[in-house]
Design a protein around this ligand. Structure first.
Ligand code: GUN
Length: 499
């Protein structure tokens, strides 16, 4: 449990909305160069200028001095595969062969609950070492592996949104690429396991850490793709997600969407063969009731272009392009996980960030471990910058229109408040408004010789933030606090984050 009231002094930055919002961007950015974050009993009391901080008359002030460091809300990683921790750094080249050759065999190891528990401990340690305090996680299809993951998150009282992957189609016995042993035995069994895990873990309290006794565990209904689940499985998943909201205990939902153009066409073709003539990949999830607030769709690389998503193999597909999908996401209040490292690594494409944000779709940042090559959201932001530049078209020497990239403020917003908005958790995590959970990270701006030189020559704090976004990584993370408790300190073994 975090002790009493503590004032953390340093450069404080947080957002209450998108800093690139054309009308309100400036109001959404809160940057205090000599700032303070006041934390009490695991919650934020105040964030502002050091000299204006609230004092409790007569009470001694406890100060942690982080001057020169950046105090930022803990990163929110909106897409992580717990069972792919050992897949990182395997040759990728293309989504579908990579899944078959590397991912599915690795996920099969999570049949063993002891292996899954050890991997979950390592995963959470690596997230904290990267400054991440909330992650949206899909575990393998094995219920015991999901249980092991939740047990580790509860032990640390971490805020996680997680669920067992649902997958009951495309097995080898039907000529597909997924090993039968990785599939749910039947869709009913996969569903029963989901219901059981949600009942036991969603909303479960991680006492004694949080004196408010609020739960930090959220269950996420997790069909892998629209093609790797049968229609009854998707419909049951959608019913569970909707009914939980109607009952006032809303679950989250997640899945992959429009990551790779070939895969997207193939998904629609497969579904067409099963008699589902969907307008788009998103339309399939939507018909099953899975698209709504607190649903987060990973990748969405191909939601920018209005290219017809019709696979030649589905002549019955209703008309309509990706513009309708963007509208649908916004209308339903669904979020998107932007996974730039993974999208570059697997050659999936360049995420249409400005288009989706322009259309009002909530976007968070995801590492997509294991197609992502590291846990650091700062590294992912470096790739986000590259992807937005390349997304302008190339070669770059002949610009044909306005060229946009990614500002440090928007990047850091995506990795914090943006993720919280995509999850419907704004005002709870990802920011420093009074009452927010005190999950934050303290970043050393000069963690490497290159960063030190760059900081020394930076012309203002915005230039420093940009350098951090492009050159920073885990080495920049000095301390990560969870509900006010320092759970990771640099120099400690990242595999054993326990205090
Ligand atoms: N599409 C379906 N499964 C996966 C996965 O595990 N990783 C990624 N990046 N895309 C997927």
């Amino acid at each position: 449990r975090a002790p009493g009231r503590v004032s953390h002094r340093g450069i404080v930055l947080h957002f209450t909305g998108d800093p690139d919002d054309p009308e309100h961007g400036a109001e959404h950015t809160h940057l205090y160069e000599d700032g303070v974050l006041v934390v009490e009993d695991g919650r934020v009391v105040h964030a502002g200028r050091w000299h204006d901080r609230p004092r409790v008359p007569g009470a001694p002030e406890r100060v942690e001095d982080h001057r020169g460091d950046l105090i930022l809300p803990g990163f929110v990683d909106t897409h992580v595969h717990a069972a792919q921790i050992d897949v990182m750094g395997t040759p990728g080249a293309q989504l579908l062969p990579w899944l078959t050759q590397r991912v599915y065999p690795a996920e099969l190891r999570f049949r063993d609950p002891a292996y899954a528990a050890a991997a979950a401990r390592d995963l959470l340690g690596m997230l904290l070492a990267a400054g991440t305090t909330t992650a949206v996680v899909s575990t393998s299809t094995h219920p015991d592996a999901a249980e092991a993951f939740f047990a580790e998150a509860l032990a640390l009282d971490l805020r996680v949104v997680a669920g067992k992957e649902l997958m009951d189609a495309c097995g080898t016995s039907s000529g597909g690429p997924v090993p039968d042993a990785l599939l749910d035995p039947t869709w009913e069994k996969g569903h029963e396991a989901t219901v059981d895990l949600a009942r036991r873990f969603h909303g479960r309290r991680g006492a004694p850490h949080d004196p408010y006794g609020s739960s930090r565990i959220g269950y996420c209904v997790s069909p892998r793709t629209a093609a790797t689940s049968t229609l009854p499985a998707l419909e049951a998943a959608g019913a569970l997600y909707r009914e939980s909201a109607a009952a006032g205990e809303p679950l989250w939902a997640q899945g992959h969407l429009m990551e790779n153009r070939y895969e997207a066409d193939r998904v629609l073709g497969l579904l067409c063969g099963r008699g589902v003539h969907a307008r788009s990949y998103l339309d399939v999830f939507d018909r099953c009731g899975l698209v709504g607030p607190r649903s987060v769709w990973a990748h969405c690389v191909w939601l920018g272009e209005d290219y017809p998503t019709t696979p030649a193999s589905c002549p019955h597909r209703p008309a309509g392009g990706a513009d309708l999908d963007r509208e649908l996401l916004r209308e339903r209040g669904a979020g998107v996980a932007f996974c730039p490292t993974s999208n570059l690594y697997l050659g999936s494409g360049f995420f249409p960030l400005h288009r989706l944000r322009g259309d009002g779709v909530p976007v968070g940042l995801g590492t997509d471990i294991g197609a992502g090559t590291g846990f650091s959201p700062l590294r992912a932001l470096h790739d986000a910058y590259t992807a937005t530049v390349l997304g302008n078209g190339f070669p770059a020497e002949r610009p044909t229109g306005p060229r946009r990239s990614l500002s440090a403020l928007r990047g850091l917003y995506l990795a914090t408040r943006g993720g919280a908005e995509a999850l419907g958790l704004q005002g709870v995590i990802g920011g420093f408004s009074p009452g927010c959970e005190a999950d934050f990270t303290v970043l050393d701006l000069g963690a490497t010789p290159a960063l030190r030189r760059r900081m020394d020559t930076a012309h203002d704090v915005h230039d420093m933030l940009f350098a951090l976004m492009v050159l920073g990584d885990e080495r920049s993370v000095r301390t990560t606090y969870v509900t006010g408790r320092p759970l990771y300190r640099r120099g400690a073994d990242p595999y054993t984050p326990y205090p």
